[in-house]
Design a protein around this ligand. Structure first.
Ligand code: THU
Length: 138
């Protein structure tokens, strides 16, 4: 699966988002060494604070499938809102959740932040420097 395929998977996931309150559908796609791809969407709740982000849902699905390491790349995409064309980046909580999965396999995945006109590629370690993770607890 190429980066373009991963981006397409994130975009397709965003179309299935459950975001009736924010109307801000987000899709995420995780690619693992060996080729597995796991997607997620944001899942909102009438009790707004219980809503889950797309990246967190994707990580939960991956861990639930038994995947523990080898996280190579993540694509995340949200809609264009307001004037800006800039791609969204994972929220702070999702950076920490992604770091959990990445550290399990000792990888520093590329995060592909997919906007309408631009894909911004950043390392997870650049989004979350000096991260706390499972390695700190052994
Ligand atoms: N959202 C995500 O799914 N991922 C992020 O990294 C940022 C925000 C969702 C949460 C909420 O459902 C909607 O976008 C608006 O904040």
């Amino acid at each position: 699966m190429t980066d373009d395929d991963l981006i397409a998977a994130a975009r397709a996931a965003a179309e299935r988002a459950y975001a009736p309150y924010s109307r801000f559908p987000v899709g995420a796609a995780l690619r693992f060494a060996g080729g597995a791809v796991v997607t997620g969407t944001n899942v909102e709740n009438a009790s707004y604070g219980l809503s889950l982000c797309a990246e967190t849902v994707a990580v939960a699905r991956a861990l639930g499938q038994g995947l523990r390491g080898g996280l190579e790349a993540v694509a995340v995409t949200g809609p264009r809102m307001g004037e800006g064309d800039a791609p969204i980046t994972p929220c702070g909580r999702c950076r920490q959740v992604l770091n959990e999965l990445a550290q399990l396999g000792g990888t520093d995945p590329d995060i592909l932040c997919v906007g309408p006109a631009e894909v911004r590629r950043v390392k997870l370690s650049a989004l979350l420097p000096h991260a706390f993770g499972p390695a700190d607890l052994v």
